[in-house]
Design a protein around this ligand. Structure first.
Ligand code: GLN
Length: 487
């Protein structure tokens, strides 16, 4: 039998169901791996007693023949989802040691399906970042090269899956935070259509963009998790969509004959590194072999997605983060003269540099006299970006391109240069601004043997189609099976 940690979620779920492996054994195995690889920095919190209690409950359910689709499967959550049994920090000192009185909807939905929680995973502070270096704790490292970043903001999530510390995990994507770290760590991740997964209990960054999704090694596993995570939550999330839960794996295996894949010419310009381009081109050829046709399309406002996102996201963040005032949650300054001084000191101590930068930018673009020039203008262009996609989808069924312009960079390489980080988000931001589903799947290897991701973008509610396209590719290639050395 292959090692437990090399099994996919689908394989492990099968062995749990037939009692070949118990949930407690699986949990113990992954807890031990987490400990053995603690220097990777993937985890922010674990609690063996809690995990094992959940595993025993899963075993009891399986024994009673009542286990859900993920009965006994150990998973870990990005530390942006609140959990009542583990601390929830959002990677921030502001929430150090914070305990939520309730579980996020996504967390409880996965628990209902039988998943066992291994712990909480490292991320950039309040999900702001592209490298995990904005975590107020220590950055997670990339299992393919411990001197490189795992990507962000769901960097701990991606590192945990690539290093086989969990068969699957949750992440969130506001401007690329599932797709980019998945690409950098050689795994698969999907962000569904905005509104599909409830935002209840997801510590808010930019509410009109934030969306939860799964990260795993295969598209099939992502389909399993996503099916459990989505569904209406109308009473608790005002942007939740009133669409029933779906089996996103229902079309897995369908042939791709006649599938039209749109190739946006703006995604293949000068800024794209040659090694990434070569891997992406190679995977597009593979799609042609699988029966798809490639159609050139244009997303003319791709470049504008950077200034538009970096106005809208900070604007929303500045408003969302006003709740961290030292009164309601988490950190409070020890010494202060009066209420205003308490707010000031609490926020100065609790937030890191990037979070402060975004609060200042957001407050500025929303202020009287600048609102029309920046925020309103950005909203108008956001609408045009969404319209550009609808134009493109008249000529194709899916869109494909790179996830990021380069492979994962070295730790520290861009940590003093926020703009360099922002620019690297260029290919993930457009789908985020349009609220479209997008995914990343392993497409090969580039410079220094680092993984390269292929991005697939679907039209609204096209998750099943995306996942099938990725699944077919994974049946024909083995990039998703490669494993970083030492894990
Ligand atoms: N890198 C982007 C940012 O820093 C996206 C982050 C995200 O998707 N959470 O905002």
């Amino acid at each position: 039998m292959s090692q437990l940690h090399d099994l996919t979620v689908a394989e492990l779920a099968g062995k749990l169901k037939t009692k070949e492996v118990s949930a407690v054994e699986a949990a113990q195995h992954f807890l031990a791996r987490g400990k053995a690889h603690a220097t990777l920095g993937a985890h922010l919190a674990t609690d063996e007693a809690v995990t094992l209690a959940q595993a025993r409950a899963a075993d009891a359910q399986i024994a009673a023949g009542q286990g859900g689709a993920l009965a006994g499967v150990p998973i870990a959550h990005k530390d942006i989802f609140v959990t009542k049994d583990f601390p929830s920090t959002a990677g921030s000192k502001m929430l150090e040691g914070y305990r939520s009185p309730f579980d996020a909807t996504v967390v409880s939905k996965l628990a209902q399906a039988g998943a066992v929680t291994l712990g909480k995973l490292n991320c950039d502070e309040f999900a702001m970042g592209s490298s995990n270096e904005n975590s107020a704790y220590a950055p997670a490292k990339n299992p393919w090269d411990l001197g490189r970043i795992p990507g962000g903001s769901s960097g701990g999530s991606a590192a945990a899956v690539a290093a086989r510390l969990a068969p699957a995990v949750t992440g969130t994507d506001t401007g690329g935070s599932i797709r980019q770290p998945a690409a950098f760590c050689g795994i698969t991740g999907i962000k569904p259509t905005y509104g599909r997964a409830s935002r209840y209990g997801m510590i808010a960054f930019a509410s009109s963009l934030d969306q939860a999704g799964p990260m795993a090694r295969t598209a099939q596993d992502c389909a399993l998790l996503l099916s459990a995570m989505c569904g209406p939550d109308l009473d608790r999330d005002s942007t939740s969509l009133d669409r029933p839960a779906e089996d996103f794996g229902r079309t897995l295996g369908d042939k791709l004959d006649g599938l039209r894949i749109g190739i946006p010419k703006e995604f293949f310009g000068d800024g794209l590194a040659a090694d990434v381009r070569a891997a992406v081109d190679g995977s597009l050829k593979e799609y042609q072999k699988l029966g798809a046709t490639l159609v050139e399309i244009s997303l003319p406002r791709t470049e504008l997605s950077i200034p538009v996102y970096y106005i809208i996201a900070p604007a929303e963040a500045s408003s969302n983060l006003s709740r961290f005032d030292g009164v309601k949650f988490g950190h409070r300054a020890k010494q202060y003269a009066d209420l205003a001084d308490m707010y000031r000191k609490t926020r100065a101590e609790g937030f890191g540099d990037e979070v402060k930068r975004r609060i200042m930018i957001g407050t500025y673009v929303l202020s009287h006299g600048y609102y029309d020039a920046y925020y309103l203008q950005a909203q108008k262009i956001r609408r045009m970006i969404a319209d550009d996609f609808q134009q493109a989808f008249q000529h194709c069924d899916l869109i494909a391109g790179p996830v990021a312009p380069t492979v994962a960079w070295k730790l520290g390489e861009k940590s003093d240069d926020p703009v360099a980080n922002y620019l690297a988000d260029i290919f993930t931001l457009p789908a985020s601004l349009a609220g479209l589903p997008g995914m990343s799947l392993p497409a090969g290897f580039g410079a220094a043997g680092m993984p390269v991701g292929l991005q697939l973008i679907g039209n609204y509610f096209g998750e099943a189609k995306l996942l099938n396209a990725a699944h077919r590719f994974q049946q024909a290639t083995d990039f998703h099976l490669r494993k970083p050395e030492g894990f």
